[in-house]
Design a protein around this ligand. Structure first.
Ligand SMILES: *Cc1c(COP(=O)(O)O)cnc(C)c1O
Length: 344
């Protein structure tokens, strides 16, 4: 059996087992807050037409994306960004083709590549600050079909500068999939690169900043040539109308992302200054923490006993076994986490 996705502990099961009224859920980088009432009622209204297939092409969502980002070519997915990764790999990959992955990285790049008979090639990040080894990455791309780079990177939290992405795009022939799941929490903007390069795809999700993880909505900026082949490769009608209606309302809700962004920035700083282990600087809604002399698995286990679910990073290949990843949650969750880890 191939190794699949690692899921977080079930918080409800944990609460029952340990007798906690509530458990701090800091393992999956979700937004701890519900979307606004507008977004919820848009979803409720859309339910009234659930007997119909959705309109082809998700025009309302594409319209809302153009209002927010400008006139780019977009594709949408009702299986989250995971669905986009799946369809892109399916569209491009033939048996034995290589995929280059900047690691440690989100596991879906490898899982999807292997699922379609491709060969994942890892290029390790630099040990000291987890920056991308640009020369090694470019060299590995020479006979590859597709390359994955995540910025801000999950699980390390750091961004790759725009100039480095330009260097990569100028030097490779394959497609670069730039995963921007956490870009709303950073100050970086890769969108203008879409006007200059036709081998760049920028993946986004509404699971994190936009608080719609359970609705499974992803989208991507693609070069124009890619749209038609993508449509041919994808599963039809994959975005349900409830998800689309909520996504449109969330994209139009300008204040919600600002609020979560400020909250995340404030807590990232507090994690850096108050946690008594080494916390890496982050531009996302989570931080990577070196918990030596403990292993990540042991630390995650001890924190769970104290009612805090975090992610052990032992399943991220190329990282080592002594890291955890912790996202910014609600106030009480963050406070409980700091108390708990500092007591260990
Ligand atoms: C969360 C995440 C995604 C995908 O999320 P979806 O919920 O499938 O949209 C993609 N890439 C990274 C790095 C993530 O952390």
């Amino acid at each position: 059996m191939k190794k699949g996705y690692s899921y977080a502990l079930d918080p409800e099961e944990l609460a029952v087992r340990l007798g906690f009224e509530r458990v701090a859920r800091l393992a999956s980088n979700e937004n701890p807050w519900l979307p606004s009432d507008n977004v919820i009622s848009a979803g409720e209204e859309a339910l009234a037409n659930c007997n119909r297939y959705p309109v082809l092409g998700n025009n309302r969502m594409v319209g809302a994306l153009k209002d927010l980002h400008g006139d780019y070519t977009f594709i949408t997915s009702g299986y989250g960004m995971d669905g986009i990764i799946d369809t892109i790999v399916r569209m491009i990959m033939e048996k034995g083709d290589k995929t280059v992955i900047s690691t440690p990285a989100f596991s879906m790049y490898r899982i999807t590549t292997e699922a379609y008979g491709g060969v994942p090639i890892s290029v390790g990040r630099k040990r000291e600050d987890f920056s991308v080894d640009i020369q090694a990455f470019i060299a590995a791309c020479q006979d590859a079909k597709l390359a994955f780079l995540c910025s801000p990177n999950n699980p390390t939290g750091n961004c790759t500068p725009v100039d480095d992405i330009i260097k990569i795009l100028e030097s490779i022939d394959c497609i670069l999939f730039l995963d921007c799941a956490y870009v709303e929490f950073s100050d970086i903007d890769y969108r203008p690169l879409m006007k200059e390069f036709d081998n760049l795809v920028i993946g986004n999700t509404m699971s994190k900043a936009f608080a719609l993880a359970g609705m499974r909505v992803g989208y991507a900026f693609v070069p124009e040539w890619c749209e038609k082949s993508y449509r041919n490769a994808e599963v039809p009608f994959n975005m349900n109308p409830v998800s689309e209606a909520m996504a449109v309302a969330a994209l139009n809700d300008k204040t919600a992302t600002i609020r979560i962004r400020e909250h995340v920035r404030a807590w990232r700083k507090r994690f850096m200054s108050e946690v008594s282990y080494r916390v890496y600087p982050s531009e996302s809604n989570f931080v990577l923490i070196d918990v030596s002399p403990y292993t990540g698995d042991d630390m995650a286990g001890m924190l769970a006993e104290k009612g805090v679910v975090v992610r052990s990073c032992s399943s991220f290949s190329g990282l080592g076994d002594h890291y955890i990843r912790v996202n910014v949650g609600e106030e009480w969750e963050c406070e409980r986490f700091i108390m708990a880890i500092n007591s260990i």
